[in-house]
Design a protein around this ligand. Structure first.
Ligand code: ZN
Length: 186
């Protein structure tokens, strides 16, 4: 089974190796391209539903329910339901190779989505390498400051949560994110 290519999954203290949506803001992106990508994202077929809704990394106050709780697919890529919110509301522009791929589709490949089983793996390698266009920008690393503090305390006491969060790369990325977050808050 070919893994799906992950895109639009955002960084937090719990997943510090993912890109930050603030890196991708581009108000100059031509509106017709933005709209076509947005329409495409909204047609994604639900692959799986998570317990609980996602939260907006910009804390814009949008209702959690409108951020969605599903991962969507077109048979090639996999993105969270909430990605459309970032493209629409926060002027996020996605990497050029994805945009060109979307613009090159005659219509949404609905047939390709029917063959994808819920258990299909999602490969984040390409997505984790995406650096966006505003490398110093930073959104919020947790849903509330209190939650951020709690996670940071746990991390600093090495009480962290799951083994996957303790890999060297994840720890390094988390330490960097904490530093950025503190600099922003001071
Ligand atoms: Zn938002």
């Amino acid at each position: 089974m070919e893994p799906l290519i992950g895109i639009g999954f955002w960084r937090s203290l719990l997943e510090p190796e993912l890109p930050d949506p603030a890196w991708f803001i581009d108000a100059q992106w031509p509106q017709h391209e933005r709209q076509m990508v947005l329409d495409y994202l909204l047609q994604g077929k639900p692959l799986c539903y998570w317990m609980g809704y996602s939260w907006c990394r910009f804390r814009c106050g949008t209702a959690a329910a409108s951020m969605g709780a599903a991962d969507l697919t077109d048979g090639t890529y996999c993105w969270p339901e909430g990605l459309a919110h970032y493209v629409h509301r926060h002027l996020v522009r996605l990497p050029e190779s994805f945009v060109q791929y979307v613009l090159g589709q005659a219509s949404f490949p609905t047939a390709a989505t029917t063959a994808v089983p819920e258990s299909c793996p999602v490969d984040m390698t390409w997505w984790q390498q995406q650096a966006g266009w505003n490398p110093k920008a930073c959104s919020f690393p947790a849903e509330t400051d209190e939650q951020a503090q709690r996670t940071i305390r746990a991390f600093e006491r090495e009480m962290v949560l799951e083994p996957s969060m303790l890999t060297h790369a994840a720890c390094k990325a988390r330490t960097h994110l904490i530093k950025q977050w503190r600099a922003k808050n001071s």
